[in-house]
Design a protein around this ligand. Structure first.
Ligand code: ADP
Length: 518
């Protein structure tokens, strides 16, 4: 084939290509354009030739084209969408641009550009997006309606159940009593279902917020085990709670929702186990984040029950799904429990999963992240720096009756390098001052059983009850910080006070103020 013939064919192929093609310079000038492209752009080839493509674009699309050309120099096939608004009707044109190396075309960078009509596709995408938004809105409206309904239904149902309980205390015939008991049980089941629906809809509409308050993990686990002990005994199943010593017990989180997840898993384990045991445990788990003020725990609920087939182990975490439809006849349930657990666990920054062999029991595990009382551990033997001065390590007597508060304060003080002895009331504090002293400082809760903090302070200052220093510094720990309280505490002989809830910095500062006071 002669070079002229080759040239002719290449030109014909370009000009009559069934797709839009263009050659652009680095400045966006149209060097060559095929018929299809000019049709798509709505302008005759003569008026496009030599024209800057930028001039056909909207302001913001010009920037896109400039970026596109710059990118195309480096990559082989970058794709960018550019709206072309020149020729009527308004169109969406997508340009696929690739650079032809400068050396190949007389030292100039040229860009090969495919011009694709995207108008229809974009229209469909927009329609789909609108339909998706409408469906989402409808689903949200449905969830809100369900949440409101369940809420409204709970109020009269609570009334019904309350009155049933009262009526059951009256003198009744055996048959009447039996009938009312059945009504009450059915009502309780109904309430559980309504609560589940309320929870799942609240979670799905983002209406459920977890609280972050101090709690004792051991208490949550042991009360959960206790809640189910009668049911387990009635079925002849052993229900065990395995404590782990290395698990931190004083945490910040949502104890009510944590108990709800555990109760759901333990309730299921007992429901689906006919003989053997159910075991609850919690242990530390590698934290996905490196934050020393947080801790991640792994909770497990194992049983020796019927187990779950492998293919159903993932779907049971979806709403309204049960492992075997026939089970729903044998065991009551809505299939909402695990869906709620999954979402609550996710809100607690963890995940839930199950391992099981049919006939060989199931092990449900979940992780959750909690805040710890205090992150930093200072050097040993020295107290913290307060107001630029280092506080010496002190022997502190902490009089506080609330176990959780006591543990927090003790931990915070120990982490500051102090040593701490705890008393559960004022009377015990006096005994310990006499017996276990000397102490450098007393932290005194105001409200305590047997002897409150005010009385104990008065007795200490009066030198009653032993050979300790009656001038020992005393800081009041108080939940009341009302006007005039400070004067009351000071006139009872206290040196300062700190109101609860306090943070550890405040605690160090008040101790520093008292101990470093000239
Ligand atoms: P419900 O118990 O109300 O049906 P759940 O979401 O709590 O709903 O559980 C879904 C399904 O998962 C149950 O119906 C049951 O088929 C299966 N399942 C849950 N826990 C266990 C378990 N410990 N052993 C066997 N199957 C279980």
């Amino acid at each position: 084939m002669t070079p002229e013939m080759q040239d002719f064919l290449a030109r014909a192929m370009f000009e009559h290509a069934p797709v839009g093609l263009m050659l652009l310079t680095a400045e966006g000038e149209i060097r060559a354009v095929c018929r299809e492209s000019s049709d798509l752009l709505g302008l005759p080839p003569e008026s496009l030739q030599g024209r800057r493509l930028f001039d056909l674009l909207r302001e913001d699309d010009r920037e896109s084209l400039a970026t596109l050309l710059a990118l195309a120099r480096g990559a082989s096939h970058p794709v960018r969408e550019v709206m072309v608004l020149s020729g009527p009707p308004e169109r969406v044109i997508r340009l696929h641009v690739s650079a032809i190396p400068a050396g190949k075309v007389g030292g100039e960078f040229l860009f090969n550009c495919a011009v694709i009509d995207f108008t229809e596709r974009r229209r469909l995408e927009q329609e789909l997006e609108t339909a998706r938004r409408a469906a989402e809105e409808a689903s949200l409206a449905k969830s809100r309606f369900l949440a409101n309904m369940s809420h409204e239904m709970r109020t009269p149902l609570n009334g019904v159940l309350g009155l049933l309980d009262l009526t059951l205390r009256l003198e009744l015939g055996e048959e009447q009593r039996e009938n009312l008991r059945m009504v009450r049980d059915a009502g309780r089941n109904l309430l559980t279902i309504i609560n589940d629906i309320l929870d799942i809809t609240k979670i799905e509409t983002g209406m459920l917020d977890l609280v972050n308050e101090p709690f004792d993990l051991d208490r949550v686990l042991s009360t959960t085990a206790r809640m189910f002990s009668i049911e387990a005994r009635a079925k002849g199943i052993e229900l065990r709670y395995v404590k782990s010593l290395e698990t931190p017990q004083e945490l910040f989180g949502d104890p009510v929702r944590l108990r709800q997840v555990l109760a759901n898993l333990v309730g299921n384990a007992i429901k689906f186990t006919d003989k053997g045991w159910v075991e609850i445990s919690a242990k530390p788990w590698a934290c996905p984040h490196d934050n020393p003020s947080k801790t991640c725990l792994l909770f497990e609920v194992r049983d020796t029950g019927c187990g779950i087939p492998r293919e159903l182990q993932a779907p049971i975490f979806d709403s309204f799904t049960q492992a075997d439809a026939s089970y729903s006849r044998r065991y009551q349930g809505t299939g909402l429990g695990l869906a709620i657990c999954k979402r609550l666990v996710e809100l607690m920054g963890g995940e839930v999963w199950v391992e099981s062999e049919p006939g060989a029991g199931a092990a449900f595990s979940f992780t959750a992240t909690f805040d710890l009382a205090r992150p930093a551990i200072p050097e040993q033997g020295e107290g913290p720096v307060v107001g630029g001065l280092r506080l010496p390590a002190l022997r502190i007597l902490l009089a506080e009756d609330n176990r959780v508060n006591q543990t927090f304060a003790r931990r915070a003080l120990e982490m500051d390098g102090h040593s701490v002895a705890c008393a559960a009331n004022g009377r015990q504090a006096l005994q310990m001052l006499d017996r276990d002293g000397p102490f450098d400082l007393v932290l005194m809760d105001i409200q305590m059983p047997e002897m409150d903090g005010m009385e104990a302070t008065r007795r200490i200052r009066a030198g009653e009850g032993g050979g300790f220093d009656p001038g020992v510094p005393i800081i009041a720990l108080t939940a009341y910080a009302m006007k005039g309280d400070k004067d009351r505490f000071l006139s009872a002989g206290m040196n300062d006070y700190i109101s609860k809830p306090f943070d550890t910095t405040e605690l160090s500062e008040v101790i520093g103020r008292v101990m470093l006071r000239p």
